[in-house]
Write a protein of this length. Structure first.
Lengths: 409, 401
């Protein structure tokens, strides 16, 4: 026990004291705050001072149109004076565009009703902003196609005013707000990053010591199991520190934005979330760290190791890819299955928890399954972590890895 | 020259002609394909494809069904089922025969009010389809060509001022190109840089370098290695590009938005002009880091700081794409390390003035030359230096001494 403690202490100090660790610990929250801030401000209004400074756009638009078809007779009342100027021909519109009086103009061709094609000339040629800006002109066209009848046009734009009635009360999700899926994605991402980084720190530490033969010296005075235990616990503690700091920042930032504006009001993150983050980190880490340690024990060097880890971490990556589906429909079969399978559970369950409440039996089942899996993998890997495997320069292959996991090698 | 070639070939060979490299190069496209299939399947399988009911209390709907769709769409076509009264619809909903139902209020013709009743959730496509049915009824009495135009909507073709570039809004697949190109470049730059770092540090760690420089000059060694690793990166780029092109030609006929993707020659030329100097810069910087540090772990940490600015434009991708000529986009293109990704993104969304491009690319070339020079100095000062990291000051004093 004393030796485990020594290894633990040494591993902890060397990892935490590295400048790169401290920097990444601080940089991630900073990046997250910036991205969430920029996202939410752009969402709120494109004309806030901070965003205007970055984009150089004031949010006011002046555009023109040339109507060759004679379709447009009046503009709908929503188009304010000066927003849309009529030009008699393309030459004069071009001149106004070159002088910067307008940012773009539309040409309605003679055969518009038959072809439906509108040419939209923009000074900056930006297809993305163009899609957004052209919404107004679409309304102008619809309004005139409908004979300038405002009531009819309203009915065309909003065919039905719907009162939604649900027979079973659930959490309402605002589909239009990107934060609805951004936040669960961030929570899932945090868990993915901490599990992977701390597990690969373990792999890194085992392979480097193996390569530089420090391992052989260490084994002269302590047993392989003591080394493994010391390393797993130390790096787990490091990961836990990262988890608490990172997810704490997410919680604080999101709740701060909540108080300031209505922006993320749809997404109330409960502070109990941090408890679940810790639980799922510990269990996920136990499983993946054990697997990585197994890879490290059988691998001759770092280069070979990084190749194998790709395959080991794959299951954890799947829920991250499916994150939109997890956060928008957290109750369907796919989400439930993903959050119960122990290898995908940490990321999937955290995304779901950030999106809304999860039934207790699913939480219980997933935790129970993860505890069982973690115990089994740790026991299997401990068997693999024998002196023989740590010494030889045997090259790695997956058949050997799985045989060793099953205790047959 | 002959020795440089030797070093070049050796460096290229030891990375490329290996099972591991081939596995790595092939596994990434395979991984992406698998992930895409899983994501598409996941979305497809979780969609609610049950029909939608409606109760028309106002007797408003003359047309009761949507015409069958001609074009293929990943969104399922939901069947619309009329019900006599609310009770029948509720029964069907509770039995699970339908996923939701609409009620048009008796005064619907005047007020346009109605209700949507569902159990827990409903497929987003439902509102879209039902609204379409209502619009179809609204425009039914109009002249057919006007009704048809209203239902079909307009097609906007965005054109640049000088008419040289055009893009139909239907061809939105084009918007993916700059995004994907930036990503591809970033990954390649970082992996190729990683190889070089490894190559230098490893040989230093096991002292092979001491033997090599007995017969090769440091300059020859460095040039050979840098060129070799750039060739490795380009090989990787070509293979992945080949996969992309293959995928493109495979699905071009069947998936509409893929078929509309067009890549202009100007864009490709710009990519090459941006990628080559950036490649050299990153490779040279990695070599410099590799020669002043003593351990692979330490070297990887320092190189991590360079990857942050290269990635940074992605965090602001939305702002760069919507205002590609705004101050933020300009600043990021003038700063050489953020320029490659920013420029590839901007070029897809606007016409960058030629004078700006000239300055930006000139900066990249200048930086490349500067880093090569620095790498040479650092290599000479640090290659036989063990146990201690060199400081910037030492690189210059020692090299001149």
């Amino acid at each position: 026990m004393n030796k485990t403690h020594l290894i633990l202490k040494n591993e902890l100090i060397t990892t935490i004291m590295r400048p790169s660790f401290i920097i990444s610990l601080l940089i991630f929250p900073v990046i997250m705050v910036i991205v969430i801030y920029v996202q939410s401000v752009t969402n709120m209004s494109s004309s806030s001072p901070a965003i205007t400074a970055l984009t150089g756009q004031t949010g006011e638009s002046h555009e023109g149109y040339v109507d060759e078809s004679g379709l447009i007779k009046t503009l709908p009342p929503e188009v304010k004076d000066g927003m849309l100027v009529v030009f008699s021909d393309i030459t004069s519109a071009n001149a106004a565009l070159s002088e910067g009086l307008i940012s773009g103009y539309y040409v309605v061709p003679q055969d518009f009703i038959a072809s439906g094609r509108i040419s939209y000339v923009r000074a900056d040629y930006n297809p993305l902003s163009g899609l957004e800006a052209s919404i107004m002109f679409r309304d102008v066209l619809d309004f005139n196609l409908l004979g300038q009848d405002l009531r009819l046009a309203d009915r065309f734009w909003n065919p039905i005013q719907v009162e939604e009635i649900t027979l079973e009360e659930t959490v309402k999700r605002d589909v239009t707000n990107p934060m609805t899926y951004m936040i669960p994605y961030f929570v899932g991402l945090v868990l993915y990053i901490v599990i992977i980084t701390s597990a690969s720190l373990l792999l890194n530490s085992i392979t480097t010591e193996k390569q530089s033969r420090v391992m052989e010296l260490l084994m002269a005075s302590s047993s392989p199991l003591q080394i493994l235990a010391g390393k797993i616990i130390a790096l787990g503690m490091v990961g836990l520190l990262q988890t608490v700091i990172w997810s704490g920042t997410v919680l604080i930032v999101v709740n701060l934005f909540n108080q300031q504006s209505e922006l993320i009001a749809v997404m109330q993150l409960p502070f109990t979330l941090i408890f679940w983050v810790i639980v799922y980190f510990l269990l996920g880490y136990a499983i993946y760290a054990a697997l990585m340690a197994g890879v490290g024990a059988l691998m001759p060097g770092m280069k070979e190791a990084s190749q194998a880890t790709m395959l080991v971490v794959m299951p954890l990556l799947i829920p991250l890819v499916l994150s939109p589906s997890l956060s928008m429909t957290p109750d369907n079969l796919l989400s439930v299955v993903l959050s119960v399978i122990p290898f995908t559970a940490p990321v999937s369950m955290m995304s779901r928890l950030a999106a809304g409440p999860v039934p207790a039996w699913q939480l219980g089942l997933s935790i129970a399954l993860m505890v069982i899996t973690a115990t089994l993998t740790i026991r299997a890997v401990a068997g693999m972590f024998r002196a023989q495997a740590l010494l030889t320069g045997q090259s790695f292959n997956f058949v050997l890895f799985f045989k060793a996991l099953l205790g047959k090698a | 020259m002959k020795k440089t070639l030797l070093v070049f070939w050796q460096e290229y060979k030891r990375h490329v002609i290996r099972k591991r490299f081939i596995l790595m190069v092939l596994s990434i496209p395979a991984l992406i394909a698998v992930v895409m299939v899983v994501a598409i399947l996941g979305v497809f399988l979780t969609q609610d494809k049950r029909p939608v009911g409606y109760v028309d209390q106002a007797g408003y709907l003359a047309i009761k069904q949507l015409p069958a769709r001609v074009e293929f769409s990943p969104e399922p076509e939901l069947q619309l089922i009329p019900y006599e009264n609310e009770k029948a619809a509720t029964t069907a909903l509770n039995e699970g025969a339908i996923q939701a139902y609409y009620i048009l209020s008796p005064e619907f013709t005047e007020t346009g009010e109605g209700k949507l009743v569902y159990i827990k959730t409903w497929n987003g496509n439902l509102a879209f389809q039902f609204n379409r049915l209502l619009r179809l009824n609204l425009t039914d009495s109009m002249p057919p060509e006007i009704a048809n135009r209203l239902m079909e909507g307009e097609e906007f073709v965005i054109t640049s001022l000088d008419q040289t570039r055009q893009m139909s809004e239907d061809a939105w697949g084009n918007l993916i190109v700059p995004f994907a190109a930036g990503l591809l470049i970033m990954v390649i730059i970082m992996t190729a840089g990683g190889y070089l770092l490894q190559a230098v540090v490893e040989e230093k760690e096991n002292r092979t370098i001491e033997i090599i420089i007995t017969s090769v000059s440091p300059n020859q060694l460095m040039t050979g290695k840098i060129l070799g690793d750039i060739a490795v990166g380009l090989t990787q780029l070509l293979v992945w590009f080949g996969f992309l092109a293959g995928g493109y030609f495979l699905v071009r006929g069947s998936v509409e938005w893929v078929g509309q993707i067009e890549i202009s020659t100007e864009y490709l030329v710009l990519l090459v002009l941006v990628v080559i100097p950036t490649f050299i810069t990153v490779a040279a910087l990695m070599a410099a880091i590799g020669s002043i540090t003593t351990e692979l772990r330490e070297a990887q940490q320092i190189s991590g700081y360079f990857t942050l600015p290269i990635m940074a434009p992605y965090w602001f991708s939305y702002l760069i794409m919507t205002s590609p000529n705004g101050p933020l986009a300009l600043i990021l293109s003038y700063f050489p390390l953020t320029a490659p990704v920013t420029l590839t993104m901007r070029a897809g969304f606007t016409q960058i003035p030629v004078w700006q491009l000239t300055i930006n690319i000139a900066e990249l070339v200048l930086l490349a030359a500067l880093s090569l020079w620095l790498a040479g100095k650092a290599f000479r000062a640090g290659m036989l230096n063990y146990g201690k990291r060199l400081s910037l000051k030492e690189i210059f004093t020692r090299a001149s001494a």
